[in-house]
Design a protein around this ligand. Structure first.
Ligand SMILES: Nc1nc2c(ncn2[C@@H]2O[C@H](COP(=O)(O)OP(=O)(O)OP(=O)(O)O)[C@@H](O)[C@H]2O)c(=O)[nH]1
Ligand SMILES: [Mg+2]
Length: 385
């Protein structure tokens, strides 16, 4: 990176000078009005440029100087390609950097906000707070909870640990939101897309869901697999759909969704459509860019984010942040059978104000999907048998 200062009578002239020397690649770091002699002013621009800026005047094919050899022209072209490749890498790294800084800022803010807030916990609440900490309830929620418990009117009972636990349960029950079930209605076609990080259990969730709906009544369901990354990834769903008498389509572009739904709706009384998507990393919002097409059509599509409870809180939190650009209607938590602390279900739903829809508690398609309920979540957090 090179830093250079330009001075001119006005901003327009200063920018012109920058552009003449560095083209469009310079980044303005600072602008300053400068008093020259008390009567006139100048503009000072401090700019940074990548060190290997290719001068603005590399020839294009049409402009090859007759005297220049083709070798020289190709040499320049190579330089330009190298420069552009470097620049692309830099931009990628820049986005990563911006994301990391953003992440750090949020983490620091949370740390600062919560620091020392759990100092004055009343004695009878202490074991309760410890228990909830072990269950993975985050500091911010605990702080709110303790504040609520401290606000309760004092009585004989307040000295009792059970009194605080009962009130903590009441407070937590009122903080959890449950999403409506995904259903196949008679009169309309509801459309849902299932998104989430790699291996979170999206495809398994869809199989379990379709299975549970089909068990209750024979509904006309179309499952669409939009999985462009893994070879043969749609096969699992294709086979399952065949067994469960469900329509199945595999697509490689989300623009195919609406024409497909229209086609099936014309031929059949379609009641429910579920779109399976491939796993996405949660590092940057770029990862979910193509999924934004789900919101661009005429037909409304509900988006459900699947998260595995075996992941660390910070991973799941990042995933919610990344996928939240799509507008998430509900959270689905999987692999509860492989996890020991369930506080993150509460934390994430509360922090992001997104209701919980389903809980997956094992690999069996027949019996391991549960509709979420406040009671089920609380029972797990408090380890109530
Ligand atoms: N123990 C347990 N395993 C599960 C559960 N849900 C899914 N799995 C397993 O997790 C693995 C990944 O599940 P998939 O449904 O393929 O996950 P996915 O999110 O569709 O994966 P990608 O499409 O590759 O991103 C499989 O081995 C599933 O059997 C669950 O609730 N408990
Ligand atoms: Mg899958």
């Amino acid at each position: 990176m090179r830093i250079k200062t330009f001075e001119a009578v006005n901003m327009k002239e200063a920018l012109k000078a920058v552009k003449n020397e560095f083209g469009n690649e310079a980044v303005i770091l600072k602008t300053r009005q400068k008093d020259l002699d008390g009567t006139s002013q100048a503009v000072e621009l401090t700019v940074a440029t990548p060190s290997e800026v290719v001068p603005n005047n590399i020839d294009t094919l049409s402009g090859i100087d007759k005297d220049k050899s083709l070798v020289q022209y190709l040499g320049n072209l190579e330089k330009k390609i190298n420069y552009l490749t470097d620049e692309a890498i830099r931009q990628d790294q820049f986005f990563d950097l911006v994301n990391s800084v953003d992440e750090l800022r949020v983490l620091l803010l949370e740390q600062v906000q919560n620091k020392g807030q759990l100092k004055d916990v009343p004695v009878p609440c202490r074991s309760l707070v410890k228990k909830l900490q072990l269950a993975g309830i985050d500091e911010a929620s605990l702080y709110e909870l303790v504040k609520y418990l401290k606000s309760l009117p004092e009585s004989e009972e307040s000295l009792d640990e059970n009194f605080y636990q009962d009130n903590a349960i009441k407070w937590m029950l009122s903080s959890i939101k449950i999403a409506p079930a995904i259903q196949a209605f008679d009169s309309t076609t509801s459309i849902h897309a299932v998104v989430g990080p790699c291996g979170a259990g999206k495809t398994s969730f869809i199989s379990k869901l379709v299975n549970s709906i089909k068990k209750k009544s024979d509904r006309k369901i179309l499952v669409i697999s939009y999985d462009v990354k893994k070879l043969g990834s749609a096969e699992q769903l294709r086979i399952f759909s065949k067994i469960s008498d469900t329509y199945f389509e595999s697509i490689n572009d989300l623009s195919q969704v609406e024409p497909l739904i229209k086609k099936y709706s014309k031929e059949q009384d379609l009641q429910l459509v579920i779109i399976d998507t491939d796993g996405r990393g949660a590092k940057s919002r770029e990862e979910v860019e193509d999924l934004k097409q789900l919101n661009n059509g005429i037909l409304p599509i509900d988006i459900h984010l699947v998260l595995s409870c075996t992941e660390k809180y910070v991973q799941m939190d990042r995933a919610v942040r990344t996928f939240s650009t799509l507008g998430i209607q509900s959270l689905v938590f999987t692999k509860l059978d492989e996890s020991w602390s369930y506080g993150d279900i509460f934390n994430l739903s509360r922090k992001w104000s997104i209701p919980v829809g389903y809980l997956s508690v094992g690999q069996s398609i027949n019996k391991d999907l549960q509709r979420a309920s406040k009671e089920k979540i609380i029972t797990r957090i408090f380890d109530i048998k």
